[in-house]
Design a protein around this ligand. Structure first.
Ligand code: FAD
Length: 330
């Protein structure tokens, strides 16, 4: 038995929270574990590999360098992972946008089933994963020789890292790069409206998220009510799909099945009903506060704290009540 963790794409994210959570899930399997990293042949990759070698529980860091791994396509990375796969009984990747695209390709190349969104590792043979946008959990015992899975990053304790300057724990092993398949190319890339801009945290990394739904009524009300609250809490701003479709916010703020998945310490849901597709993206939040004028809104079933009120008056009152209380931190 041996596990391979596939690092999150991009050298700056190699040892970020998503990879560490996948390494944490691999630790639950209990087998010796390696990590695969790819990037362009430069100082950034060298640094990422050296940082990866300090992740606790990792025996070997396999790395591959080529210009086309600088901003890799899912096809190129899936092929690289396939070239290393035969030595492993388990292959784990974080359930991020990149791996949700790349891992099915790897599954097809290997001819094995993919287990998506694993939330618990019961044993090296039995895994629990969520289905129907998180509305049900299934325990599976896959019979494939290689058990291939994406893991929900908020469900696993991240692997720890040795401090910088300490000796690397893992062996570093170069594996050959494969030719560029050139099946797709990124033509341009634009930073999301809210990704860490203007001093506000990016949605997926934020400790607090304030989300507005269609019930806020207009784009003007969304901004007027939510921006001061987000500012006050040091929170990122989110939106439901209905709010996005109504033009209250851009799509990169959408949370849910077809948007982003967040798991902050505090989630404030204002003027949104709590549709199952929305819950899929936020139900792992630690404390959920709901403000809705309808006492029967489904969001109250998952909320830790609910306020049946008109958001237009409740949010300014909440802001006033917060006064000088400290920000969300830690
Ligand atoms: C395949 C598919 C994928 C989807 N993906 C997503 C997704 O990723 N994310 C997502 O969010 N949705 C998604 N949806 C849409 C989802 O089903 C819901 O339609 C959507 O989440 C509803 O958004 P909402 O809660 O803002 O609006 P509504 O359901 O219209 O709810 C508005 C709420 O505001 C309350 N309200 C009204 N006025 C006020 C007021 N003055 N003060 C306080 N509360 C008030 C109402 O009581 C109501 O509960 C998807 C749907 C499908 C079919």
């Amino acid at each position: 038995m041996r596990s391979l963790v596939l690092a999150e794409r991009g050298v700056f994210r190699t040892t970020g929270p998503a990879t560490l959570a996948a390494a944490g899930a691999a630790a639950r399997i209990g087998a010796e574990t390696d990590l695969l990293v790819a990037g362009a042949e430069d100082g950034y990759l060298e640094r990422a590999v050296s940082e990866a070698a300090r992740i606790q529980g990792i025996s070997n860091v396999l790395f591959s360098a080529a210009a086309h791994y600088a901003d890799p396509s899912p096809e190129n990375i899936a092929a690289l992972a396939e070239s290393a796969a035969s030595r492993y009984s388990h292959i784990l990747a974080p359930s991020t946008a990149f791996w949700r695209s790349a891992l099915p390709r790897l599954a097809a190349l290997l001819g094995v089933a993919q287990i998506s969104d694993v939330v618990a590792v019961e044993s090296p043979e039995i895994f629990t994963h969520s289905v129907y946008s998180g509305s049900a959990l299934v325990r599976v015992r896959p019979s494939d020789a290689i058990k291939l899975m994406t893991v929900r990053t908020s469900a696993f304790k991240p692997a720890a890292r040795e401090e910088e300057g300490k000796e690397e724990r893992a062996r570093i092993v170069r594996i050959p790069a494969l030719p560029d398949q050139a099946l797709s190319r990124i033509v341009s890339r634009k930073a999301g409206e809210d990704e860490g801009k203007g001093g506000r945290p990016g949605l997926t990394a934020a400790r607090a998220v304030v989300t507005g739904g269609r019930g806020l009524g207009s784009a003007e009300a969304y901004r007027r009510l939510l921006e001061p609250l987000a500012e006050r809490l040091g929170a990122a701003l989110g939106a439901t799909r209905a709010a996005v479709d109504s033009g209250f916010a851009s799509h990169d703020r959408q949370i849910g099945q077809t948007g982003k998945t967040v798991a902050p310490r505090l989630y404030v849901a204002a003027g949104l009903s709590g549709a199952i597709q929305h819950l899929a993206g936020m139900r792992d939040s630690r404390i959920i506060v709901a403000i809705n004028s309808d006492a029967d809104a489904p969001i109250f079933q998952v909320a830790d704290c609910g306020l049946v009120a008109d958001a237009a008056s409740a949010i300014p009152e909440l802001l006033e009540a917060l006064g000088d209380a400290p920000h969300i931190s830690g």
